[in-house]
Design a protein around this ligand. Structure first.
Ligand code: ZN
Length: 258
């Protein structure tokens, strides 16, 4: 529906848009009766009740102002279950569950670290079924091809919002040279830079915010921890974490400090 015609019990008593009106009033709890496309007495009463509640002129006429308030009310109503879905209890998937190999060596990392670096894998965005396998492949690359102790990152965030334990808490990451002693490294699976140009999923961003909260609560990082992109590292010559994830770092900082 692109236009919102003026409806009332007298004008346009039968109109295709009356059904939409009835559906919306039902959805936000105003009980207009049967959804039959006819602007009857019950619809009129529901509209007047809605207009009263919204501080509109109470005339039973659904014009632009009433349509606008209805649309806003329906939008808010529909947002509630979405938010419940978007704020699940996250948890950290232990290395044993995603099939990580033992590290060849570990170095401890002090508590209250001042920095977190965000990375992208610059690899494929796996399907849900492929997320753990992609992490294992990444670990193989770091250990076998690059010859490192372990996968370089402290934690891995998948597109479906799973958080995989990388080197984990209290262990020095291996992603930013000398800044490894001052920071945790969080990597998002995907390629958020030209020419692939993926966008990080909202659930992955939420997972990252949750994870940083855990790092703060546990005293692993300072409560005023800096959240950087890998490209901000003094030792980096890289586009990591990609323009599109880098552009979301202010959102992450804002959510973390809420
Ligand atoms: Zn990086």
């Amino acid at each position: 529906m692109t236009t919102y015609p003026t409806l009332s019990r007298r004008r346009r008593r039968r109109h295709a848009s009356v059904r939409t009106l009835q559906e919306w009033l039902t959805e936000i709890g105003y009980q207009p009766g049967r959804i039959d496309g006819v602007f009857g007495r019950q619809v009129d009463a529901a509209v007047r009740k809605f207009q009263t509640a919204e501080g509109l002129k109470v005339d039973g006429v659904v014009g632009l102002k009433t349509w606008g308030k209805l649309k806003a009310a329906v939008t808010i109503q529909r947002r509630v279950p979405d938010q419940l879905v978007m704020m699940p209890e996250f948890s950290i998937v232990p290395r044993s569950v995603w099939g990580a190999r033992q590290p060849k060596h570990t170095n401890p990392l002090l508590k209250n670290r001042p920095d977190i670096f965000i990375h992208h894998t610059a690899g494929p965005r796996p399907s849900i079924a492929g997320e753990l396998g992609e992490a294992r492949k990444h670990q193989d690359l770091h250990m076998d091809t690059k010859g490192w102790y372990d996968i370089a990152y402290s934690f891995i965030i998948t597109p479906s919002g799973r958080i995989l334990e990388g080197r984990g808490y209290g262990i020095r990451p291996g992603a930013t040279r000398r800044e490894n002693t001052t920071s945790y490294a969080i990597v998002f699976q995907g390629y958020f830079h030209p020419t692939v140009n993926e966008q990080p999923s909202e659930i992955a961003l939420d997972a990252c915010v949750w994870l940083i909260g855990q790092l703060k609560d546990g005293g692993w990082v300072r409560s005023d921890v800096n959240i950087w992109g890998h490209r901000n590292s003094r030792y980096a010559r890289t586009a990591c974490p990609g323009d599109h994830l880098y552009a979301r770092l202010p959102d992450i900082r804002k959510a973390v400090n809420k």
